[in-house]
Ligand binder design. Structure first.
Ligand SMILES: NC(=O)c1ccc[n+]([C@@H]2O[C@H](COP(=O)([O-])OP(=O)(O)OC[C@H]3O[C@@H](n4cnc5c(N)ncnc54)[C@H](OP(=O)(O)O)[C@@H]3O)[C@@H](O)[C@H]2O)c1
Length: 324
């Protein structure tokens, strides 16, 4: 089994992470409910029971309610805090009524106040890992470095990482921070394959059209930066979601996933995740389901390894066209 870059740094993270964006109901401004807290307990328990010890949040998820629900679970099960690895993100400001768009903000004051909000909602004294959520074009790397330094010195955050960033952006931030960036969370799944298409189309016209800047995956591998995959279940497209509106490419890939799952006596979820986990970068999928049955269906993923042929069959099927 592959060793995670996080494990190599002494952080005992599990192969899968539970993404907590689905906790707390909708993205409204209602208070959290008893039912949502119960769902939180059930999701956390389902994750722990398949060996997941790492949980991914962001200050914005369901407008802070996901962290509030999780914080209530921790308050009711205080022994959990030291057994788990808690990760959250900051840097996105959701649009307020009358504002036309979300914006990104990596100013020192925003990063520092966001972390205070996160810790207060989670009822935690520290975060294991803080990620900068999406690159802010106006970021001043000196200011970011100062903010991270203060967070580390105060004990509020133990480690740092980024999300949705290219190697160039990581290098710029790293040049001005004492703290290593140890995670890059990117959208990667059997459906969202730009991270691979950019690899196989170097020297081709198609390369220009890829959404993943050259060398990002390679930089993370060289620097022992943990690649985390968000959206790894592709919202269930290959594992049971109705496909009436989907293309034949998606449908035929879903059939292939089902066939492989039947052959290996496992679930489609495990196949879809093991496709990511077979990649030599030791990718850590951040599963977004909070449904205990679906969490359980992910269990087999780290016990499987796909053959080279199976892996390529899935990739080519999802691409919808032959490789060059
Ligand atoms: N860094 C970033 O910018 C970023 C962006 C988005 C997400 N994230 C993180 O990544 C995590 C995962 O992302 P994600 O939620 O987009 O990805 P996902 O794991 O691919 O999808 C999970 C979603 O798909 C639904 N789903 C899964 N299988 C299904 C099926 N067979 N039928 C119907 N629905 C199904 C789940 O609903 P149920 O809950 O009902 O199972 C859930 O809403 C999030 O929780 C969050 O922590 C990070």
């Amino acid at each position: 089994m592959k060793t995670l870059p996080l494990n190599k740094r002494g952080i005992p993270a599990s192969r899968l992470v539970l993404g907590c964006m689905g906790l707390g109901g909708g993205w409204d401004r209602e208070a959290i409910t008893k039912e949502q807290i119960k769902e939180g307990h059930e999701a956390v328990e389902a994750a722990l029971s398949i060996g997941v010890n790492m949980f991914d949040h962001a200050d914005i998820y369901t407008r802070g309610k996901a962290e509030q629900v999780f914080g209530t679970v921790l308050k009711e099960r205080p022994e959990l805090r030291e057994r788990i690895i808690l990760q959250s993100k900051c840097g996105i400001k959701l649009a307020e009524p009358g504002e036309s768009s979300n914006v990104f903000d990596f100013s020192k004051s925003h990063i520092l106040s966001s972390v205070d909000g996160i810790l207060s909602r989670l009822g935690a004294e520290y975060l294991d890992i803080l990620l900068l959520h999406r690159p802010d074009p106006l970021m001043d790397p000196v200011e970011v470095g100062e903010a991270l330094h203060l967070l580390k010195q105060s004990g509020k955050v133990r480690h740092f990482g980024v999300s949705n960033m290219s190697q160039g952006q990581i290098k710029l931030l790293q040049a001005y921070s004492d703290e290593p960036f140890i995670v890059n969370q990117l959208e990667m799944s059997l459906e969202k394959i730009y991270w691979l298409d950019s690899v196989v189309s170097v020297n081709q016209q198609a390369w220009r059209e890829q959404g993943m800047p050259e060398g990002t995956i390679e930089h993370c591998r060289l620097e022992n930066i943990q690649l985390q995959a968000w959206g790894p279940l592709a919202q269930g497209k290959y594992s049971g979601r109705p496909l009436d509106e989907e293309s034949e490419t998606v449908r035929s890939t879903a059939r292939l996933v089902r066939t492989l799952a039947d052959e290996k006596g496992t679930t489609p979820e495990a196949i879809v995740l093991s496709w990511l986990m077979t990649h030599p970068a030791a990718i850590q999928p951040v599963i977004g389901t909070v449904n205990p049955k679906r969490i359980a269906a992910c269990e087999g993923a780290d016990k499987l390894t796909l053959t080279r042929k199976e892996w390529y069959d899935l990739y080519v099927s999802s691409r919808g066209e032959r490789l060059p």
